[in-house]
Design a protein around this ligand. Sequence first.
Ligand SMILES: N[C@@H](CCC(=O)N[C@@H](CS)C(=O)NCC(=O)O)C(=O)O
Length: 210
Amino acid sequence: MMHFYSSPGSCGIGIRVLLEEVGARFEAHALNFAAKEQMDAPYRAVNPKGKVPALVRDDGSLLTEFQAIAFWLADAFPDAALVPSDPEGRLRVMEIMDYMVGSVHMRGFTFVIVPGKFTPTPAFQEELVTHGKAQIAIGFATLVDVLGDKDYLMGAFGIPDAALFYMTRWAVEKGVNLPPSLAAHHNRMLSRPAVLRALEGEGIAVRRAA
Ligand SMILES: N[C@@H](CCC(=O)N[C@@H](CS)C(=O)NCC(=O)O)C(=O)O
């Protein structure tokens, strides 16, 4: 039995979507970020980085970082066909995943969601939120181009769509501007039973994009 660590409302929902999509057997552990449980000794004994998502696999080994966990799940459950099998196709998936997590999330949403981590000064926090929203707008414009008129980022549903979903969910929740095609992608994701199971499992309400 695998063990999945997340915090409700975090980027972990993306991995939970993938766990549900592949039909993995896992036990979910919810960390309370408000109580800083991710920094406490019991969780640091599981994941010394003190971050989520994290997955302890059946053999007891720990896997961290969104892209690594997502690729591993795709490879471990090939029937779900969540990544292309050819090297160029995998490379393009890696490229878009890294952009979403490294730039749109870490350099955009991070500043919008937790500006208080960077400065205690309210005026500076406001500047960080503005900066984060500008970075997200650039990122979303790029993702609009990648998505084009397809249903999913790479054509067929795959691991990049789970990464996009955790960000469109944040956009809906935080009132961040969502371009129409990404709003449609968000709502399309909500039509997938695995996505609804993941949201329910994390205790997150289903919210459609306008
Ligand atoms: N690069 C990591 C980012 C993980 C990350 O920043 N997770 C956030 C939640 S979305 C977290 O654990 N925050 C807790 C903290 O920083 O204390 C990944 O891709 O998995």
